[in-house]
Design a protein around this ligand. Structure first.
Ligand code: FAD
Length: 351
């Protein structure tokens, strides 16, 4: 069936919902298309022990404070899923799911959004598909030689699945540190990082990160030097389980190995470690395959944006993918402002 609206929002996670909130406030007609069967975006996929790195009040979308979770200073992922489900219900956001967008095309004055069910036409599209759905694996020699299990952050659930096993966790970011801490007590853990891990001071949590991102935004708005925001801190948030494992001496990282061999991994000096399983906590890339027909990717695979607006296709906005689509836009509290700006820009053009 062919359908028409003013704005198609692709993705019904936190970024898509924040966009919906502002589009509704501006009185625009829109639809949110989400590939999941239930609300909550990527938070539904999180591992069992994942908690936010900020208190609830600092993890809220526009319009509605996240309620606190009994017994937890920083809520867990299940609480975030409940909050997002309640949010879209409370604001009556028109989310259609499961609907997967397969391609966005230019079609005269409009953009045509092809899905696995209907085709939509709209003068504006907001892409808010997150990064969780495109896990990144580094090219290390020997992948096929390794006889054990290999998984990415997105497939990790609980330490119970690896009890007693020789586990190598690769990655010195927050996911790597948290999963290593999770596994430190009941597996034979080796933690491997490209650079020596840098733990942020214990009093730095999501609130401080938000303040830093806000300071950066102000600096940019006022034409001052880019402070590089959260990236300038470049470290691991010492959430309580990470702090505890670190203080017990269980988070000592080895440098990156040079290749995989049949029974484990090998370093360039010839030393090796046996492993039953390798968990790659090596990050994500933006989920943008549905935008391929628009041919917006530059030489380094990046889509140029001015704020959230695609430079070479002004009818398209990109929301929530990281600092390049708005400072702290990949966080719950940070996505509200770029969502508002995108909705305002679209409303202006449509009027
Ligand atoms: P998602 O939640 O991924 O939602 C995108 C939606 O789009 C999904 O439902 C997906 O199915 C759908 N979709 C994708 N492709 C298509 C398509 N082609 N057609 C239709 N639908 C599609 N942030 C914080 O604020 N605080 C934290 O403590 C915090 N901790 C984090 C910990 C980890 C380990 C990670 C990975 C992230 C964390 N974040 C945190 C960052 C951020 O809040 C999440 O990554 C968040 O899920 C991003 O929301 P999103 O809406 O952009 O994307």
């Amino acid at each position: 069936m062919s359908r028409r609206t003013q704005v198609v929002v692709i993705g019904g996670g936190q970024a898509g919902l924040a966009a919906g909130y502002h589009l509704r406030r501006l009185g625009l007609d829109f639809v949110i298309l989400d590939a999941q069967t239930t609300p909550g975006g990527a938070w539904q996929q999180a591992w069992d022990s994942l908690h936010l790195f900020s208190p609830a009040a600092y993890s809220s979308l526009p319009g509605r404070l996240m309620p606190t979770q009994a017994g937890e200073t920083c809520p867990d992922a299940r609480h975030v899923v409940e909050y997002l489900a309640d949010y879209e219900k409370r604001y009556g956001l028109p989310v259609e799911r499961p609907v997967r967008v397969t391609g966005v095309h230019r079609d005269g004055q409009l953009l045509r959004v092809e899905t696995d069910s209907d085709t939509w036409h709209a003068p504006a599209v907001i892409s808010a598909t997150g990064t969780w759905w495109r896990p990144f694996l580094p090219a290390i020699p020997g992948h096929p030689a390794f006889g054990g299990g290999q998984l990415h952050t997105v497939e990790y659930r609980s330490p119970a699945d690896f009890a007693g096993q020789r586990v190598i966790v690769v990655g010195g970011g927050n996911s790597g540190a948290q999963i290593a801490a999770d596994l430190a007590y009941n597996t034979r853990l080796t933690w491997v990082t490209q650079r020596p891990p840098r733990f942020l001071a214990d009093d730095i949590d999501g609130r401080a990160l938000f303040d830093v991102a806000t300071a950066r935004r102000r600096a940019l708005d006022e034409g001052r030097t880019d402070t590089r925001g959260v990236a300038s801190l470049g470290g691991i948030v010492a959430v309580p389980p990470v702090r505890e494992a670190r203080d017990h001496g269980l988070l000592k990282a080895k440098p990156m190995f040079s290749r995989l061999v049949s029974g484990g991994v090998e370093w360039s000096d010839g030393t090796h470690a046996e492993a039953d399983v390798i968990i790659w906590c090596t990050g994500f890339r933006p989920t943008l395959a549905h935008l391929a027909p628009l041919q917006l990717r530059g030489r380094r695979g990046h889509i140029a944006t001015e704020g959230t607006q695609a430079v070479h296709e002004p009818r398209l906005h990109l929301l929530g993918y990281g600092d390049w689509t708005g400072p702290a836009s990949a966080t719950l509290i940070g996505v509200g402002r770029p969502a508002r700006d995108a909705a305002r820009q679209i409303a202006e053009i449509l009027s």
